[in-house]
Design a protein around this ligand. Sequence first.
Ligand code: IPE
Ligand code: MG
Length: 231
Amino acid sequence: MAVPKHVGIIMDGNRRFAKRLMLEPWKGHEWGKKKLEEVIDYAHDLGILELTLFAFSIQNFKRPKKEFDFLMKLFKEACNDLLKDVRIEKYKIRVRFIGRIQMFPDELADLMRQVMDKTQGNDKFFLNLAMAYGGREEIVDAIKKISRNIKEGKLDPEKIDEETIANNLYIKSQPDLIIRTGEEKRISNFLLWQGNYAELIFLDKHWPEFTKKDFEKCIKEYDRRERRFGK
Ligand code: IPE
Ligand code: MG
């Protein structure tokens, strides 16, 4: 069976999940966090090598204050959990936060940097957490970096090609498969450049309901698809 090397997941539907349980909507993020932790094992067991999870978009900064504060607390907990997680060494996981993490409160941004520093030598499994992330914003940031190189005389504009742009994004690696939970059928500014030929699977389940069986079904569905890359 063809197992995708790199899987992207848009983890959507936390609040609708909580509402159904008659809880305050943002409580759903607690279940979402638990699911994220489980999914690392699912992916590792299935033989996937890289996971990019969309956890918080630039647009999500506009969420109500109560929810935002709750999420910041959860993200800090998640970073502290990652710093202690035995799987980091066991699976040799390199964690990267991709996005404009300087937009987060300092304490959280520092924790994120600690997690990245601690795991930067690991090379068996790659966990990318897209936070303060936007696909267009990522391209804007890449263009800024490229422009600086031109200004400093390090780069000839005529030499710019796809490779130049890919090299200046937050991550270069391209997802083979993107899964979105939570019923919506759109890509919502996720990995716009890298995902150009990704297979897409949309699930009706909300993120906290996603199971290992669902993940397996997605891999089987991926295996059935014929990838032609326009040929
Ligand atoms: C996804 O769930 C998590 C984040 C974007 C932080 P939502 O919070 O978007 O939940 P729904 O889609 O409103 O149910
Ligand atoms: Mg949503």
